[in-house]
Write a protein that binds this ligand. Sequence first.
Ligand code: TYM
Length: 335
Amino acid sequence: MEQATQKKVMISGIQPSGDLHLGNYLGPLRHWPAMIEEFDCYFFLADLHTITVRQDPAMLRRRTLEQLASYIACGLDPEKCVLFVQSHVPAHSQLAWVLDCYTMFGELSRMTQFKDKSAKHADNINAGLFTYPALMAADILLYQPDFVPVGEDQKQHVEICRDIANRFNNIYGEVFKVPEPYIAKVGARIMSLNAPESKMSKSMPEGCVFLMEKPEDIMRKFKRAVTDSDTERCVRYAPAEKPGVSNLIQIYAAATGKSYEEVEREFDGQGYGKFKPAVGEAIVETLRPIREEAQRLLTDKTYLESVYRAGAEKADYVANKTLRKVYKKVGFVAR
Ligand code: TYM
């Protein structure tokens, strides 16, 4: 895909370290299909990032293919955007090394995700976990994007990417476009269903709804969702006072396209007992066609292979253009 089309460019990725969940979907992913109509879009499976934490190799392979099938099932038409696997495009690792040398120890030490993950995996605080944001900056800057659509928790990484790009540009001239994070208003931070003070994540599976999960399991999780111990027991959006109910309102609003006020009116006078299964059902119906289509696609491995091969070729072409420019600027002799 040539930049000469003058369309704005967008890139984003998700790690196949766990099955895709509702946070991934309602935060960034559900917005991507509309973007492919308007922008030149690159969406990848961030497999290089996953090994900062130990992975089971067979599981990682399975999840990578499943995630690709889910991307397509969510509406990412491979004819209209570039879908690829990060490790298939060596320029990501190559640029990451260069950017490592333009990223400061101090700024990496301040990254919330590094602090969280090193606390969680105290026996494996490896160098990759620490320099992860430089690889993420490479993922982004290779494609000269205007926007990076992510959930709230990745904002800090997009900001450090901007800092690295500006630092590099200040030394060598305008090599990189400095992109903006693109964070949706509703759904940017979906919280765990059973611990609404923490964000929904695959590391807490009971409070996490997975895209491929069976409807009865999804319903069970929503029925058991933690609501608030306040006495009013009404469906009202107030994240500080009522984190559990507010999270469910956010989920319902994101799934149905309704505003928070509309959701409050719809459930006015009804207790949490009616509200929780209604949210569950809305999610079951949202995810049903995605799950069915992903399962169908997974039976056609040849098709999935053709998608990631074509994607890698297109991504390689664009990424190498930027990489050559960077190598030249820093003074490497061309091969
Ligand atoms: P990852 O794989 O943890 O998450 C993928 C995307 O899902 C969003 N997300 C959420 N949004 C709302 N509520 C939640 N509970 C929730 N949990 C996750 C994340 O914000 C993210 O947008 N470092 C990235 C992957 C990555 C990347 C990139 C993204 C690597 N290189 C380049 C953009 C551009 C990550 O670990 O996301």
